[in-house]
Design a protein. Structure first.
Length: 94
């Protein structure tokens, strides 16, 4: 991704710069799904995550989210919320 931050506290990161994120996801449930013995279909989860991340891959985050400092923490929360919403829409209850 590419982005820049607003605010003196960000020093040189106020200038446009690139970053590479690695996204790890952990799925939990109190019990395994009966018969399949899984928590979530990893194929479905991978597709959902890929769809969510495609909004950001090789993009300028300043253009996608213009009024926010797209810090790692901000992006983690945004990706988490997007994935959670998509999973709940598909009926996942973790």
């Amino acid at each position: 991704i590419a982005h820049s931050f607003t605010g003196e506290e960000f020093g040189p990161a106020q200038n446009m710069h690139g970053a590479t994120y690695t996204v790890d996801v952990e799925f939990t449930k109190p019990e395994l799904v009966e018969k399949s013995n899984w928590v979530v279909d990893i194929g479905d989860a991978s597709v959902l995550l890929s769809e969510i991340l495609s909004k950001y891959n090789f993009k300028n985050l300043n253009e996608i989210i213009p009024d926010e400092n797209t810090t790692t923490e901000f992006m983690c929360r945004r990706i988490h919320n997007d994935l959670s919403n998509r999973l709940h829409t598909k009926g996942f209850k973790g």
